[in-house]
Design a protein around this ligand. Structure first.
Ligand SMILES: *Cc1c(COP(=O)(O)O)cnc(C)c1O
Length: 389
């Protein structure tokens, strides 16, 4: 009765975590204590001052109706103020900022605005999956841009110029998931020059801009003079304020791109619940106590896990940003096999690097978004692991 699904669904990459998911299920059934470091989803609750703002906004009946397509003006103004304070970048709240139902939503929809069937889109390898899947759902072809350790997991822009002609978009993400790499302003300057020369617009995902352990803080790509002429940046409240379940983020920068994305969205969704926008506004006014507390927590967990992995013979260095450890596998075993062995040997779920793209092979990713006590337990278990040679 039901016809086969469309080609675009068949073209999506296979789900690579089947084996890991099945193994985890089996261990849970056996009553073994599983420590899930597979997903990047903050374990700590949303801060109380944001909850309070939400409760107040919930009681205001104006927020019960459809939100406006462009988002609440007050929220856009708060975003502009935050961006100026944090990065020194001025933005016009009316034309250069667009609230999103989580940044993933905007990332996945943007290709619908720019990609015709068969068009190429440059996506990093390894990467956060929606750059690739959003491109495929729009009928485009993702072209892999390798992120290699020898280049600090930054793309080689010189080599990329050969792949650039005709490409419709370039996705990048720093601080980076899954590699935890950070880009400095010098790289973003080169990136803006690259985009000017090649005509490929930049879509920079800054979801982890606030999760960092080093100075200077990670910059915005929009800090480069002229950046607004060549691209947009995605931001999210999810990781910064432990708000992954709330679904709120924004895109900002180039006004043509913002307007094109808004046009796609106005035909698909009806915006972010206004009460959530009001709570997001409050989050952005946080003087910084919440964030510095969270960074202290992640740093402690990071150090516990790095030390344990080092003891087990893994050559990991502490990451400067994000809550991920991108751990190179000693020897030459496959990431799926190693993730399975870690799970069987320790009950710890880690993500095989190949799930983020072919260039992720040779790595596993550990997420630090589990309670510190569980990280301590994970560290104990990992330190006892045999060296993988
Ligand atoms: C978590 C994450 C996001 C944020 O997604 P939301 O939809 O805003 O929750 C965006 N980009 C990357 C790379 C992420 O890891």
């Amino acid at each position: 009765m039901i016809p086969p699904v469309a080609q675009r669904l068949k073209r999506l990459p296979p789900y690579l975590f089947v084996q890991i998911d099945a193994l985890k299920e089996r261990m849970l059934r056996q009553g073994r204590e599983v420590i899930d470091m597979g997903v990047g989803d903050p374990d700590e609750p949303t801060p109380g001052f944001v909850l309070k703002a939400m409760v107040k906004a919930l009681k205001d009946a104006r927020n019960h109706q459809y939100p406006s397509n462009r988002g609440l003006e007050a929220f856009r103004v708060a975003i502009a103020r935050w961006t100026r304070r944090r990065f020194g970048v001025p933005l016009d709240p009316d034309t250069e900022i667009l609230p999103l139902i989580g940044s993933k939503e905007g990332i996945a929809h943007l290709p619908l605005a720019y990609v015709n069937p068969g068009d190429r889109v440059l996506v990093p390898d390894p990467c956060y999956p929606p750059y690739r899947t959003g491109t495929i759902l729009a009928g485009g072809r993702p072209v892999s841009v390798p992120l290699l350790k020898k280049n600090q997991f930054l793309p080689d822009l010189e080599a990329l110029r050969r792949q650039a002609p005709g490409a419709k978009l370039l996705f990048l993400n720093y601080p980076n998931n899954p590699t935890a790499a950070v880009a400095d302003l010098g790289f973003f300057r080169d990136l803006v020059r690259f985009s000017r020369r090649t005509g490929v617009p930049v879509c920079h995902d800054a979801a982890y801009s606030e999760i960092h352990f080093d100075r200077p803080r990670p910059p915005s790509f929009l800090q480069v003079p002229g950046a607004k002429e060549v691209g947009i940046e995605f931001h999210s409240l999810s990781k910064t304020f432990n708000m992954t379940g709330w679904r709120v983020g924004w895109a900002c920068g180039n006004r043509e791109m913002i307007s094109a994305l808004a046009k796609v969205k106005s035909n698909i969704d009806s915006g972010v619940f206004q009460a959530v926008q009001m709570a997001g506004l409050k989050a952005l006014e946080d003087p910084g106590n919440h964030l510095s507390r969270m960074l202290g927590i992640y740093e402690r967990r990071r150090d516990l896990l790095v030390r344990a992995l080092q003891k087990a013979g893994w050559p990991v260095a502490p990451p400067k940003a994000t809550f991920y450890l991108w751990a190179p596998i000693p020897g030459d075993r496959r990431s799926q096999e190693v993730a399975a062995a870690i799970m069987e040997g320790t009950g710890i779920v880690a993500t095989p690097g190949v799930g983020f793209g072919e260039r992720g092979e040779g790595y596993v990713r550990f997420s630090l978004s589990v309670p510190t006590r569980r990280v301590q337990e994970a560290a104990r278990r990992l330190a006892r692991l045999p060296i993988w040679r």
